[in-house]
Design a protein around this ligand. Structure first.
Ligand SMILES: [Mg+2]
Length: 162
């Protein structure tokens, strides 16, 4: 299962506020397709976000993310909930994050990723740092790495070359 932080990972970390407090965020379309490809390859997906906004639910539904935990200030607890739900071990999970709030989860999974513009304390503690920035292709890069490592990449690509 691949677990994604939202702000700064699926987005560039910027939040746009409307006058009535409505929050707007930008997501990258190529990240969304990468997440769909994970599902197609039989790999689980999840979101753990400290914030709780309707826009995240909307985006997660659009790209068919299986598990969504919002309002999770304790990301280790959220990870434990996901593991219990799915029956997976932390070793069987990947996590991609960008800030120190992700460290309690990111340091426990089998493969850890930081976006290239993550906080330096996170960059120092992960297995892989992406070439792309959060909200700007980092998630697609992670999806591609995982698909290539698990054999799912070539069949999906070839389905578009017929
Ligand atoms: Mg974040």
């Amino acid at each position: 299962m691949v677990i994604f932080d939202v702000d700064g990972v699926l987005t560039d970390g910027k939040m746009h506020y409307g006058p009535d407090g409505e929050t707007f965020k930008s997501f990258h379309v190529r990240d969304g397709l990468g997440i769909r490809f994970l599902k197609r390859a039989g790999i689980g997906t999840a979101i753990i976000s400290a914030r709780n906004t309707p826009v995240t639910n909307r985006r997660a539904a659009d790209i068919e993310i299986a598990h969504i935990i919002q309002g999770a200030n304790q990301k280790q607890e959220a990870l434990a909930i996901l593991l219990e739900k799915t029956g997976l071990t932390a070793e069987e999970c990947a996590y991609i994050g960008d800030d120190v709030i992700d460290l309690p989860a990111i340091t426990r999974v089998g493969v850890s990723f930081a976006v290239n513009n993550a906080h330096p304390e996170v960059i120092d503690r992960v297995d892989i740092v992406t070439k792309n920035a959060g909200g700007d292709g980092a998630v697609r890069e992670v999806c591609d790495i995982i698909l290539k490592a698990t054999g799912g990449y070539t069949p999906i690509l070839e389905s578009y070359l017929k």
